[in-house]
Design a binder for this molecule. Sequence first.
Ligand SMILES: [Zn+2]
Length: 328
Amino acid sequence: MYEFIPQWHQQALHELIERRARLPHALLVNGQAGIGKYLFARYVTQLVLCQDDTDNNQPCRQCHACHLFEAGTHPDFYNIELQINDSGTVAKEIKVDQIRQLIGSLSQTSQLGKQKVAVINSAERMNRNAANSLLKTLEEPSGDSLLILVTAHSWRLLPTVRSRCQQIALSPPSWQQAKMWLQGQHPGADADNLLHATNGAPLAAATLFTTDGISQRDDLLAGMYAIAEGKMDPLRVAQKSAEAELPQLVAWITACVQQLISINISGKHEAVGKLDWSVVAKRSELKNLFAFYDKMLQAAQQAHSNINCQMLLESVMLDWSRLFNKTR
Ligand SMILES: [Zn+2]
């Protein structure tokens, strides 16, 4: 866990602090995945809970509340996220029981005398019952609670939930900022390749590095490259890639086709991962690349449901191979 707020969110934080006196009871922090939205939410939380009021711009990190918060034991802080199932996998939904329990806790008096704060991470994953339960709290909040919903997919939230929160849209860092941050965290990493894999999102890139997900992604791209050259069977690539998480695979494939479209339009030579895609890009027709891109957007919606991962991947890889059939 990186304890401090990334530099590229300072402006948004500053704006929030400016209107702190008029802070609503519910915030919706949204923006691209992997840019540090959750860190932002935690930082705001610590700022609200901090008992030292001499500096309103940052938590003091010295008071009792700050110590408890940083130790993960602050009694007025509630962290809601996707739970780990008995089988060790991450649940697909935030369940109604989690939200009901939260609502129960928020209705009680604050233990340290300041506000109670709940952060709901991946808030779009609340199932319908969970979201409906939360709605009542959003409509009639208890006076001293602050709810911070965090999401990279705000359109998937119920409109009624969205409309009851004040939205804070966080921007991604520039490529240079992201690269510097990543190199600071992991000096040995191939920052450009990692950032290409995550669409420039530095925290996602760091996770990809520490979990060695980057080698899965590089293998997938190598497989897709070989398919385009007619050197590998699409079904074999689908089979080999199925170990990675489906939403992640879909995101990598989407990023790859986006780059091919960009190369195809601009005619410029651009790196996608470690391979030179310019020749491959020119061998496919732009309208077909766009059609494939549309399919990937649909796949992204299906990826979080209980769809058969292997079948979806096979279908995607077959479609991918057809992009290059004619011209080979
Ligand atoms: Zn403090």
